[in-house]
Design a protein around this ligand. Structure first.
Ligand SMILES: [Zn+2]
Length: 192
């Protein structure tokens, strides 16, 4: 496969927008309101929008001099594994986008190439922008209480690493208050 000559293929897929109908008049706008199946999982191990699940795009494309500005919101449903109790649940997630896609050759000269999203011909691929936006949105160690649960959904909170089985994995009552107090700061255990 690697011996194949590198040919340009326009991107395609559920998150690629065809901008031809936007036209190329300054300030022309186009609404994009539709669903789109996620082509590859977006997120990290503990929280992600699984491949194939539906995103709702509610976007406005605006043609400006150097490219196309994408604004609006994208929402979907993520699968979360609680970092504290390992319970799994689904939650609604969303991001607001304000992304500039430059026409190749029209990007600001002082911008680093890898900082600029480019149109690929008339095609605009939302996926990298969504990966970045949800990457910023998603916590590394999500917990039940981050997502509207009053307490952890899994009553059998496993023992943190490094604790012997003597206590059957329960938090020592002397420390339970502390754990409650600091639990919201993140679930990273000391001495990882
Ligand atoms: Zn939990």
């Amino acid at each position: 496969m690697s011996t194949k000559p590198r040919t340009h293929r326009f991107p395609s897929g559920p998150l690629v927008l065809d901008t031809r109908s936007l036209g190329r008049n300054p300030s022309a706008t186009m609404e994009v309101r539709r669903g789109a199946a996620v082509p590859t999982t977006i997120g990290v191990e503990m929280i992600a929008i699984p491949e194939g699940s539906e995103l709702d795009l509610d976007l406005t494309l605006t043609f400006v001099d150097e490219g196309i500005l994408v604004t609006g919101s994208v929402t979907g449903s993520a699968r979360v594994e609680c970092a504290r109790c390992l319970g799994e649940f689904r939650t609604d997630v969303g991001v607001d986008l304000t992304e500039m896609y430059a026409i190749e050759g029209k990007a600001a000269a002082d911008a680093e190439e890898d900082e600029v999203r480019l149109l690929d011909g008339d095609m605009l691929d939302l996926e990298p922008a969504l990966i970045d936006a949800f990457g910023l949105e998603f916590p590394l160690s999500p917990t039940c209480t981050d997502y509207g649960h009053e307490t952890c959904i899994n009553p059998d909170i496993p023992a943190p690493d490094g604790v012997s089985g003597d206590e059957e994995g329960r938090i020592d009552p002397r420390w339970a208050g502390l754990a409650d107090k600091f639990g919201s700061l993140g679930s990273d255990e000391e001495g990882k």
